[in-house]
Write a protein of this length. Structure first.
Ligand code: CP
Ligand code: NVA
Length: 306
């Protein structure tokens, strides 16, 4: 694996290896207060066409923990595809940095970067997918439950977004069942995920959360869709993750996840987000460990543990 543009870049073995490496790096950090500087002298160029908190900080701090450094390049500076083509940006950065992490609108920009870069390219979110998030999400579920195999995720809300698509692919690699519960028009499109995945698509039936081990939601209006916000809010109003929905799982130990940022009291209520089932901040913190594993493997050639 040279690049990490989607979960589908990973075999099941590599996926498991990355989760183990993340665990080892987290354990090392907790035990020794430092990591081996496996990225000593290396640089990561981070190209952002959209806002970010978790992605930027996890990659930047992750590089620092591993002995390297990261450069934040804002939308105004790079203007990927506007000021300069993605191909030219890839060629330029390949001669100066040891890896490129990019957050873009159209997924094609990630593919263009990967096609023209001689250094690893990591997808830090595109309109189509958010694989770094999904990696951290499965890491979080495993940390909570011990193992993922056989557990069920119920994703409620906008199933046709980047977070949902990557979660579908990651759940498949983790041998988890995933139900996407969304109204008509908000279901993920099968042509957009790896054909090996078999999510259970449920339209207009919130009862399908019954028995779920994980209740997951994301914003109803993703970055770039702001003009559709009013319509989306109206269409998805009944899909709010609230205490009523939590009760409908019938599972007293169900955990609640959200990739964040949340639009509090839209797709998730304060009482659920701040309640005892919520793991949203642990999930956010785990971005650091998951991203460190990716960086150590892709930029530092650290082997993936068996
Ligand atoms: N979840 C996530 O990617 O957060 P940011 O948009 O803040 O990076
Ligand atoms: N679906 C959201 C995820 C943010 C991390 C968005 O694209 O805005």
């Amino acid at each position: 694996m040279k690049h990490f543009t989607d979960i589908s870049c990973l075999s099941q073995q590599k996926f498991r290896g990355l989760l183990r490496l993340a665990r080892n790096l987290q354990d090392e950090w907790v035990r020794e207060g430092r990591n081996e500087p496996v990225l000593d002298g290396r640089s990561l160029a981070m190209v952002f066409m959209k806002a970010s908190l978790r992605t930027r900080v996890s990659f930047e701090v992750g590089m620092r923990h591993l002995g390297g450094g990261a450069l934040y390049l804002s939308p105004a500076e790079v203007g990927l595809g506007e000021r300069e083509t993605a191909a030219d940006v890839a060629r330029v950065l390949s001669g100066m940095a040891d890896g490129i992490m990019a957050r873009v609108f159209e997924h094609a920009a990630i593919d263009d970067l990967a096609r023209h870069a001689s250094v690893p390219v990591i997808n830090g979110l595109s309109d189509r997918s958010h694989p770094c998030q999904a990696l951290a999400d499965i890491y979080t579920i495993e940390q909570m439950a011990g193992a993922c195999r056989g557990l069920t995720i119920a994703f409620v809300g906008d199933g046709d977004n980047n977070t949902a698509r990557s979660l579908i692919e990651a759940a498949s690699l983790a041998n988890m069942e995933i139900r996407v519960i969304a109204p008509k028009g908000y279901q993920p499109r099968p042509e957009e995920w790896d054909s090996a995945c078999e999510p259970d698509l449920v339209t207009d039936a919130l009862d399908a959360v019954e028995g779920a081990d994980v209740l997951y939601t994301d914003v109803w209006t993703s970055m770039g869709q702001e003009a559709e916000s009013e319509r989306r809010t109206a269409d998805l109003r009944d899909y709010q993750l609230n205490t009523g929905l939590l009760d409908r799982t019938g599972n007293p130990d169900v955990i609640v996840m959200h990739c964040l940022p949340a639009h509090r009291n839209e797709e998730i209520t304060d009482s659920v987000m701040d309640g005892r089932h919520s793991r949203v901040f642990q999930q956010a913190h785990n971005r650091l460990h998951a991203q460190k594993a990716l960086l150590a493997h892709l930029l530092g050639q650290v082997p993936l543990p068996d």
